[in-house]
Every structure is written in structure tokens, then in C-alpha cells.
Write a protein that binds this ligand. Structure first.
Ligand code: ZN
Length: 381
């Protein structure tokens, strides 16, 4: 989580103790590694495919047009559930970082470990947000939620309550250690007419849980067809989706939504990790919800809701099979998504390589050794 590479400090003849959490003792170790490079193998799957903060910052610095276009942070938590600051405090801290819009996405009722909200608490939070927006002195605050999806992709909240929100994220928080292919589960979740964003799709956590396995090309195509955005969760330990899978998303023309999943005001800075992942994967800025102005985002949420409701009415079952495949596009002046197709990632993600070969027993050993970091609360199975 250093904001600069250690090598940059060495090159500039600066002290390694400038790095966060590095004292003289650790600095000596690192200096020795520079003098004689140790043989470092490839990271195991549970630690693979994560960007360093320093790398992300360097990527973003090379693409100022992205930083200028990215106006919003679409996932964060307040002390209404498992965050540490009141929503007003999150808004002030986000404004200081230049965010023009934030979504308050506290947990829903099934996730009891986080003190998840029921419909009444959600409505009360919405009134607080309305009052904050009426003052007009901060970023636009979206009434939103990170709703817990059942393993079958269904909602745990009243659809009417969700329909009154500005943005609905759905996320899996259980059965995240299954080893077999979960593509069908994703297809059901993406077709859920209550949600517009599938949050932290893989459910991976650095050095804690490797994440679910799926045919990500099919998942990305289903996201494009249903209009559901796939999230880039920029929480440092999540980075979910990751750059490799985002290449399949870029090729599909699906939309993405970027959120820090911050549980403290200090974690709001990590939006750059999500931004860098989008840039490295070749996602088009015209496919990022965070780059839309407030009205265009609201219009798009409305279009996606209407199309998905039509879709579920037409489907005889809850799966995508036999459902109407409809391309939804509210980008001003654009029709269809073909302009944004990128083919360079095609054919590389037919299955999830990173979890191949890992045994359940090995995962259990890792889980026993590594407690979930703060902000990673889930039912853990
Ligand atoms: Zn979550």
C-alpha cells in the first residue's frame, strides 16, 4: 500500500523509512534485497492479480483524461451498518478528494454480521440523504444499497423499496468458496431486475479467499445483454473484478461501475486502484457509470430497470436461457455497443485459471491462518 515504489526511493537516494510502516530494521532487509535480488516465484493464486497502489497511481498519472472524467465513487459504507463514519462524514471526505457524486451502499438485512438494514432503516437513511442533498454544499449523494444476493441470485429486500433507490448494487456474500463453475449463478444474478450493478463479482480477498470460478466471457456478455454493470471494487484487498477478467468485460461492451467499498474515510483514496484496472484492461470511458453526469446516470438506471422488468416478464423461468437478449445503451448519441468492442482479450478466459488446482483443504488452512481483514465481513463459507 505504499504510494511510491521502494525502488523509486532507492534510485532517488531517499530513505526507505519514508515508506509507510517501514522502520530502520525493515529498511535494512529491503536494502539487502536491492543489493542481492532474491529469487521470488510467481505469487500463489490467492495473492495473484493485484495491483500495488504505487503502480495504480503511476497508471492513472499517465492518463489524466480518466481522472478528469471519473466523477463518482459508487460503493461505500457508513456507520449505519459496518462503516466507521456517518454518511455525512463520508460525503465531506469524498468532497475533499474531488468526488462530485457518491453512492452510500450500506448492507441489507440478511447480512446480520454487518448490522444490515431492513426496509424501514433504508427509508430513514434515504430521508437523511435527501436532507443532505437539499443543503447542496457537498457531492451529490445517491440513495443506494449493497444488497445481499442469495446464492441463487435473488434479492433479500422488498423490490418496491429497492425501486425507490438511485442505484442498487447486488453482491454475493455466501458460498464464496465453492470450487465448481458458478456461471449459472452469475447469469441469474445479472438477470435480477432489482439490481443495476453486480458488486465484487468474484468475492475474492487477498490472501484469504481466491474467489469464484466462472466462464467470464459468458458472464460479461450476459452483463452487456441485461444492462447490468460489473463492478470494479477498488478495495485494496479485493480489486474485484481484476484486470484479466476486465479484458473480457471490455470485449463484451458491458458497463462497469467503480467503487472503493470504503469502510472508513481514509479508504476513499483507493478509487485509483479501480481506475487503473479499468485503464489497463482497455475499458472504454463511455462504458463507465462513474463517468456519466447525474442525470444521464439516473436515465440509464431507469432504462435498465424497465428493460429488465420487461425481460423477467417475458422469461418463463429465472434463467437467461430463452430470455430476450436486448442490448441497452443510453450513451448520448450512441446506438449499440459495437463501437466499444475490443477483441484483444477474447478467447483467454474460458475458465478461471487462478483457482485451478487448489484443494479445499488448502483453502481451509489458509482461512484458519488468515482472519478476514476489516471490511471483509461475510458469512465466510
Ligand atoms: Zn460486499
Amino acid at each position: 500500500m505504499w504510494s511510491e515504489e521502494a525502488s523509486a526511493l532507492v534510485t532517488a537516494d531517499r530513505s526507505l523509512t519514508e515508506l509507510r510502516a517501514v522502520g530502520p530494521f525493515t529498511a535494512t532487509f529491503i536494502s539487502r534485497w536491492f543489493a542481492e535480488l532474491p529469487d521470488v516465484g510467481a505469487p500463489p493464486p490467492i495473492r495473484d492479480g493485484f495491483l500495488t497502489y504505487a503502480h495504480a497511481r503511476a497508471v492513472v498519472a499517465q492518463h489524466p483524461e480518466w481522472a478528469a472524467a471519473l466523477r463518482a465513487d459508487h460503493q461505500m459504507h457508513s456507520d449505519e451498518t459496518d462503516g466507521s463514519a456517518p454518511l455525512e462524514g463520508m460525503a465531506v471526505a469524498a468532497a475533499e478528494l474531488g468526488r462530485q457524486r457518491i453512492a452510500i451502499t450500506d448492507h441489507s438485512k440478511t447480512l446480520r454480521i454487518t448490522n444490515g438494514m431492513d426496509e424501514a432503516r433504508l427509508a430513514a437513511q434515504g430521508r437523511r440523504i435527501d436532507e443532505l442533498n437539499a443543503r447542496g454544499d457537498g457531492p451529490r449523494v445517491l440513495r443506494a444499497i449493497e444488497m445481499d444476493l442469495t446464492p441463487e441470485g435473488a434479492s433479500d429486500m422488498d423490490p418496491g423499496a429497492l425501486a425507490r433507490l438511485d442505484l442498487v448494487l447486488g453482491a454475493f456474500h455466501s458460498k464464496l468458496r465453492l470450487k465448481d463453475d458458478q456461471t449459472d449463478r452469475y447469469l441469474k444474478a445479472l438477470a435480477n431486475s432489482d439490481i443495476q450493478v453486480l458488486a465484487h463479482p468474484r468475492g475474492r480477498v487477498y490472501n484469504f479467499r481466491v474467489g469464484l470460478t466462472a466462464d467470464w466471457e459468458r458472464v460479461a456478455r450476459a452483463a452487456a445483454a441485461t444492462g447490468t454493470a460489473l463492478e470494479i471494487d477498488a478495495y485494496p484487498d479485493r480489486q474485484d473484478l481484476d484486470v484479466e477478467r476486465l479484458r473480457a468485460v471490455a470485449a463484451s461492451g458491458a458497463w462497469v461501475s467503480i467503487g472503493t467499498d470504503a469502510h472508513t474515510t481514509g479508504e476513499l483514496v483507493f478509487l485509483e486502484l479501480g481506475l487503473a484496472a479499468a485503464i489497463l484492461a482497455g475499458i472504454s470511458r463511455e462504458r463507465v457509470l462513474n463517468c456519466l453526469d447525474d442525470q444521464t446516470l439516473a436515465d440509464r438506471v431507469g432504462v435498465v430497470r424497465a428493460a429488465k422488468r420487461r425481460g423477467s416478464a417475458e422469461r418463463s423461468d429465472t434463467t437467461m436461457a430463452g430470455g430476450k437478449r436486448e442490448r441497452i445503451d443510453t450513451t448520448p448519441g450512441r446506438k449499440g455497443g459495437s463501437r466499444y468492442l475490443r477483441r484483444d482479450g477474447a478467447g483467454r478466459f474460458s475458465n478461471d485459471q487462478t483457482s485451478a488446482g487448489r484443494s479445499v483443504a488448502a483453502d481451509k488452512r489458509i482461512a484458519a491462518k488468515n482472519k478476514a481483514p476489516k471490511g471483509m465481513k461475510d458469512r465466510g463459507d
